[in-house]
Design a binder for this molecule. Sequence first.
Ligand code: C5P
Length: 391
Amino acid sequence: LSSQGTFLGLNKKQWSLTTLTFQNSALILIMHYSRVMPPSGDHRYFTSTAVFLNEIIKLAVSLTLAIYETSKTLAPTTPATVLFEQIYNSVFAGDGWKLALIAAFYTLQNLLQYVAVGNLDAVHFQILYQLKILITAIFSVTLLRRHLGPKRWFSLVILTIGVCIVSMPQSESPSGSSPLLRDMTDHFFPRSLHELGHAPVDFASGVKLSKRSATYQGIDHDLPPPDPLMDYSVGLTSVLVAAAVSGLTGVYFEKLLKESPTQASVWIRNVQLSFYSLFAALLGGVIWQDGSGISEHGFFEGYNWVVWTAVILQAAGGLIASVVIRDADNIVKNFATSISIVVSFLVSVFVFDFEVTFTFILGTSFVLLSTYIYSSSERSIHRPPPIQIAK
Ligand code: C5P
C-alpha cells in the first residue's frame, strides 16, 4: 500500500471498479449454471430463497461495518447500549423509510435477474442488460441533474446500437430461440452436462461436447433437442424490465446517498436497504412467488455449492456496487460491468471452446467502443490543466 493510498498502482475507486468487473462475470456465469444444471434433488432451488439469503448476508456484513464505523467515532469506554442506540437512530429515524421503495425495486430486479439468466445464455444476458446504462443516463440527467456532454451521449448511442446488434435473432428455430443462442449456451455450459449427470468435465470433454452443438446449425443430427426450460422471449422481457428497474433504482439510491440532508454512511444506508429488502423478498418472493412449492419441498430444496456460490457472489456484488455508487456513480459502475462481457468471453473461449459469430463480434465491439469513448471523456474531465511555462 503506497503513501497515496494506492495498492499495485490502483486507488480505492479503481479497485472497487475492477473487483465489480470480475464479480459480475463470475456471478452471471455461476448464476446461469445454477439455473440450467441438473437439480441435486427432485426439484431445482427456489430463486426467491436465494434472493432472501442474499439479503441476510448483506444485512449481516453492512451491520458489522456500520457498528465498526460508529464505534470509531465514540470514546472507547462508551457502553455498547449507546452504540446500538446510535445505530438504531441512524437506521430508523429521518428519511430511512425512503429505502423501502428502493428495496422493493431491487428485490423485483433480483428476482427478474434469475428468470432472465435461466432463460438466456450468459453472454446474451450480459449484453442485453447493458441497456441499463442508457436508462441510468436518462435518470441521472433528470433526477440528479447531471450534465452529459455530446461525447458521452454519443457513446451511449453506440452502446445501444451494439446491444441491438447482439440481440438480433439469427433465424427461426423449433424452440423459438435462435440457433446462435442455443449454440452459445452449449459452449458456455455444455448441455451434455445434463447427459453426464455430475461426472467431472475435463477440457477434452468440454471441447467434444461443444463441438456437438454444431448439430443445431444443421451439420450433424444425433443431438438431443434444445433445453425446453429456456424460453428466449421470457428471458428477453425479464432482462429488459430488470435493466429499466436497475437504472431507476440505482440513480434513486445515489440521490439519497449523495443529496439527502440526512448524512448517513453507505453502510447505514445498506442496513436500511437490506432491512426492507428482507420483507420484500419474504413477502413477494418466498411467500407469494414460491410459497406453495417451498411448503411442499422445503426452503433449502436443491441447494448445493453452486447455488451457495451464486448467493454469496450476488451479496458481494450488492455491497461492492454500493461502494462504487458512493465513490464514482451509477453510469461508471455500469460501464465497469460491461467490461465483464470480455472476461466472460475470454473464459468461454479458453474453457468452453466458444465459437463466435460475426454479429456477436460486431455488437460486442460497439459495446466496448462505447465504454472507451465514455471513459476517455471522463479522463479528459479529470486531467489536470497543462502546466504554463513562464516565458
Ligand atoms: O444490475 P445492477 O448494477 O443495478 O445491480 C445492482 C445490484 O446491487 C442489485 O442486485 C442490488 O440488489 C444490489 N445493491 C445492493 N445494495 C446497494 C445497491 C445495490 O445490494 N446499496
